[in-house]
Design a protein around this ligand. Structure first.
Ligand code: KMH
Ligand code: ZN
Length: 271
């Protein structure tokens, strides 16, 4: 089994300091949080950025400021900007950070409910357009799948030449509107991936660590962080994303899986 890539999704677009005061907003907070996650074992930062007041933004300038500040502290980290942004943003807005030509970026492969009246919209044409932009710029997509149908969409687009192999997936388990986060769900999702694909697993809320443990055992990789979950254990808010990374790394070691450095993660992901 390969070494384990731990991705830290440090702030997302929806979680706020009201959920957990340690959610980073400013450039300094995002850079320091990334450094702490790196020191705890993360090799990839899944990056959303905010204005200082916490408003989500896909501004290339703000991404550049955050990426520069992260790289000044941890030059080797893999930075994976989001092209999902926040619910309701236009496609052009969402593509903001792609102009910086990061090594990776997310490619959301379907539309789903996102709680309340929110819908996260990704039509087939949107996915094709985002994939084309990433292909042109040599950016490796992390294919975000919130449900089984999104894997099927990615496979169809791969057959039509829009997404290149080997594909790397993020199986997001437990979104309110997506697939649930039972072990049988992850077995089903994983069993639907091509043999040569790599995958990471993001369990939402209380599913974060059960899904992480299962992915570690199944040969997948793991994403943790405030974007998906703000608690380190039942009712206990994590003091930093790094606490969540530390817990994932501890689980991996207990289960006999070594942690990948950013260089090793690049090899595994073919970056
Ligand atoms: N904030 C969600 C609406 C991604 O990063 O690509 C979308 C999201 C997915 O977080
Ligand atoms: Zn995200």
């Amino acid at each position: 089994m390969s070494k384990l890539i731990i991705t830290a999704a440090i702030c997302g677009a929806e979680v706020t300091k009201e959920h957990n005061p340690a959610v980073p907003y400013t450039v300094e907070e995002i850079a320091e949080e990334s450094r702490r996650c790196f020191e705890a074992g993360a090799s990839v930062i899944h990056l959303h950025v905010r204005e200082d007041d916490g408003t989500p933004t896909q501004s290339a300038e703000r991404f550049k400021a955050c990426i520069d500040a992260i790289k000044a502290r941890c030059p080797e980290l893999i930075i994976q900007p989001s092209t999902g942004g926040a619910v309701g943003m236009s496609n052009e807005e969402r593509l903001g950070p792609v102009s910086l030509i990061p090594e990776m970026a997310t490619l959301d492969c379907g539309t789903c409910n996102f709680g309340g009246d929110d819908i996260f919209v990704n039509t087939e044409n949107t996915i094709i357009a985002f994939a084309a932009r990433m292909n042109d710029l040599g950016i490796k997509p992390e294919i975000e799948c919130f449900d089984k149908g999104m894997i099927d969409m990615a496979l169809r687009l791969h057959k039509k030449g829009h997404i290149k192999a080997p594909m790397h997936f993020n199986l997001v388990m437990g979104v309110n509107g997506g697939i649930s986060a039972e072990p049988r769900d992850l077995v089903f999702m994983r069993g639907s991936l091509p043999q040569d694909a790599t995958f990471t697993v993001s369990g939402i809320g209380k599913a974060q660590f059960p899904m992480a443990a299962l992915s570690i055992i199944m040969g997948g990789h793991v994403r943790v962080g405030f974007e998906d979950n703000v608690y380190v254990s039942k009712g206990v808010l994590a003091k930093s994303n790094a606490e969540l990374v530390e817990k994932a790394a501890r689980l991996a070691r207990e289960l006999g899986r070594e942690i990948a450095s950013p260089g090793e993660a690049r090899e595994i992901l073919g970056l």
